[in-house]
Design a protein around this ligand. Structure first.
Ligand code: GLP
Length: 267
């Protein structure tokens, strides 16, 4: 795991978008694992900016999202299907057949979960997985005690997560669906590369536990410590509780891999 600490959320969004763009340049039909949530909005905006400027072509990507609420149809404006179309897919001309999210209104959710796993495998696996960090330490919707080898399945959401995501439901946590279909922790760990993104002081404590604390199923993001190619991109506010911050800053300042990125003050 490598932690990259940048001065602001805007720097984080630009750096993450640059990393994605570089991977897409190397492999235009990249399989991208997409996340949702407020943190991702700035990243998708930045990707769209790069796309509009002709610096990257996102039209050949294939995507798989982490999760969807159970009971929300793809047309529901509060669904992650809708979020993705609005924030990324429609803006970069990604046709529906190249994008996939779990279907939260499938008549048989267990069968849908299995079909989702098969579709990822048939696409050759996920090349690059974007992740946000929930206040419970979840990745996707893998709430506390999710098995670290879990696969795509239905999961009950914690009250904390429902409160965190209430904004899309008129601020009413009770209106947030109580269940979701989510990739498992094991599914996520099979991605060839992972980018975990966190910004803002509200994420500082859980970020420190996720990255520097002991691996535990109580905090599914701790499983990323096992991943051989996981980068964590955070702003100074989210980095506030890290014990090793000095070393992480030193590494970003000196690692040859980051030299082209360091040369750009916007990153
Ligand atoms: C939701 C998503 C998670 C995401 C989290 C972060 O819970 N299911 O995948 O990581 O939001 O949300 P935010 O970026 O709004 O803090």
């Amino acid at each position: 795991m490598e932690i990259l600490i940048r001065p602001s959320a805007a720097h984080v969004a630009r750096l993450v978008a640059r990393i994605v763009a570089d991977r897409v340049s190397a492999k235009p039909d990249l399989v991208l694992g997409c996340a949702t949530g407020r943190t991702m909005e700035a990243i998708y905006d930045e990707l769209v900016t790069q796309h509009d400027a002709g610096r990257i072509d996102l039209g050949r990507l294939r995507t798989f999202n982490l999760d969807e609420y159970v009971g929300l149809s793809p047309d529901d404006p509060r669904s992650y299907h809708h979020y993705m179309r609005e924030r990324l897919f429609d803006r970069v001309g990604l046709p529906p057949e190249r994008t996939r999210l779990p279907n939260g209104v499938a008549p048989d959710l267990a069968a849908e979960a299995q079909a989702y796993e098969r579709a990822i495998a048939e696409a050759g696996g996920i090349d690059l997985q974007l992740l946000g960090l929930g206040e419970t330490g979840h990745i996707g919707f893998n709430e506390p005690l999710s098995a670290l080898m879990s696969r795509t399945r239905e999961k009950a959401l914690t009250p904390t997560t429902r409160a965190q995501n209430a904004e899309m439901f008129g601020g009413d946590a009770g209106a947030v669906p109580s269940r979701a279909l989510t990739m498992g922790v094991g599914t996520i760990l099979e991605a060839r590369e992972v980018l975990l993104v966190a910004t803002g002081a509200a994420k500082a404590a859980i970020l420190a536990r996720a990255t520097e604390g002991p691996i535990t199923a109580r905090i599914s993001a701790t499983a990323l410590q096992l991943h051989p190619n996981c980068k964590v991109v955070v702003d100074e506010a989210a980095a506030g509780a890290l014990e090793g911050g000095e070393y992480y800053r030193f590494a970003y300042a000196h690692e040859p891999e980051w030299a082209p990125y360091r040369a750009d003050p916007a990153l």
